[in-house]
Design a protein around this ligand. Structure first.
Ligand code: PLP
Length: 360
């Protein structure tokens, strides 16, 4: 029996691109095609399918190491389950005061670890430093304080900065000294690789990272984040953790197939490179303007702009959407599909407002 097919109503033209977040973008065509290609016939469930095997192998090849690979639906789950895997409830996790795990995950890392405390290091630019890690790790060693166990860094940071290989190595050295594991929130990991032009291994396991959450959502993969354990022992029972948290996809092939495709083709890096280039494009145009200040050097796919309140309001009046949750400046994030003409339109509006030209 075939189900009646209702006609799909014609869709309205999409609204103009906004750069408030890089997760406003859709799934990239290559990932979409991979989903369609995987959408044939039956396949074993819960990751026992050929796409999941292919994607996991593609990660091992890309990172040139036999890591353990898991796929979950979003970044909050990836981070908080990874941190929970590294901690007992009485442990603590050292992070920057800008860290997504602290500011934007609704307590999920504490929840999934049954209470591991986040210890935030004050930061002015989002980066964690070896000194800050040392200070927190050495601050207390008595039984009344949660025992430091993990350091987490975000690559690139929530402020769009990229840790160099040397910076990661320096943090890892302090971790080693204090017996701490190193976790990397790589929600935009591809953007860091595109910026540094290095092998993914160079800024992860070779530099001392134990666990990486490699973001697919913001990269154009779709609804999937990969969790990579470079020390397989740390991945013990992680599958159970995912299942208990409601993060074990029965139709895993749909989380995995886009990854398999983008890793094989290099699309993951091309997407990130394009996004980074669009951020640079905006930054170059607006940086010289009066009253405009870039809050952080532009090293990945985000531009953070300090500007007079009237100018920001002017942008809103012209229809631009953006957040100001980081230091009150406007945040613009670019995705794999950012349209350079639309970037230029934003730049032109900033320029008009900065030069006091009237809104037309
Ligand atoms: C987007 C993002 C995440 C993941 O967020 P979800 O909404 O849970 O997918 C994690 N870390 C950082 C730094 C992010 O920007």
């Amino acid at each position: 029996m075939s189900a009646p097919t209702a006609p799909i109503p014609p869709s309205a033209p999409p609204p103009a691109q906004q750069f408030a977040s890089d997760n406003y973008a859709g799934i990239c065509p290559e990932a979409w095609a991979a989903l369609a290609a995987a959408n044939t016939g039956h396949a074993s469930a819960y990751g026992h399918d050929r796409w999941t095997t292919e994607a996991a192998d593609a990660f091992r090849q890309l990172f040139a190491t036999p890591c353990e690979v898991f796929f979950v639906f979003n970044g909050t789950a990836a981070n908080s389950l990874a941190l929970a895997a590294l901690c007992q409830s009485y442990h603590s996790v050292i992070c920057s005061s800008f860290a997504h795990v602290d500011t934007d995950e609704c307590g999920a890392p504490e929840f999934f670890s049954n209470g591991s405390k986040l210890l935030t290091a004050p930061s002015t630019n989002g980066k964690l430093t070896p000194e800050a890690v040392r200070q927190l790790a050495a601050s207390r060693s008595d039984i009344h304080f949660p025992k430091p166990r993990v350091v987490t860094i975000t690559q690139p940071t929530e402020t769009g900065l990229v840790y160099s290989v040397e910076e990661i190595r320096a943090i890892a050295a302090v971790c080693k000294e204090f017996g701490l594991k190193l976790h990397m929130d790589g929600a935009r990991f591809a953007n860091a690789c595109a910026r540094l032009g290095c092998a993914p291994a160079d800024i992860t396991w070779k530099a001392g990272v134990d666990v990486l959450c490699f973001g697919g959502t913001k990269n154009g993969v779709g609804l999937s984040e990969a969790v990579l354990f470079f020390d397989p022992a740390l991945a013990e029972d992680f599958g159970y953790r995912c299942k208990q948290a409601g993060q074990l996809a029965s139709k895993m092939r749909y989380l995995a197939a886009p990854w398999a495709q983008l890793l094989a083709s290099g699309g993951w890096l091309a997407n990130a490179g394009h996004a980074n280039a669009c951020a640079s494009r905006l930054a170059h145009r607006i940086e010289p303007l009066p009253g405009i200040e870039l809050m952080f050097p532009v090293q990945a796919n985000g531009v953070f702009v300090r500007a007079p309140a009237a100018l920001l309001q002017g942008l809103r009046d012209r229809g631009w959407q953006f957040y100001t949750f980081i230091g009150g400046g406007a945040r613009f994030m670019f995705a794999w599909d950012a349209d350079p003409a639309r970037v230029d339109a934003l730049a032109a509006d900033v320029e008009d407002l900065a030069r006091g030209r009237p809104t037309v």
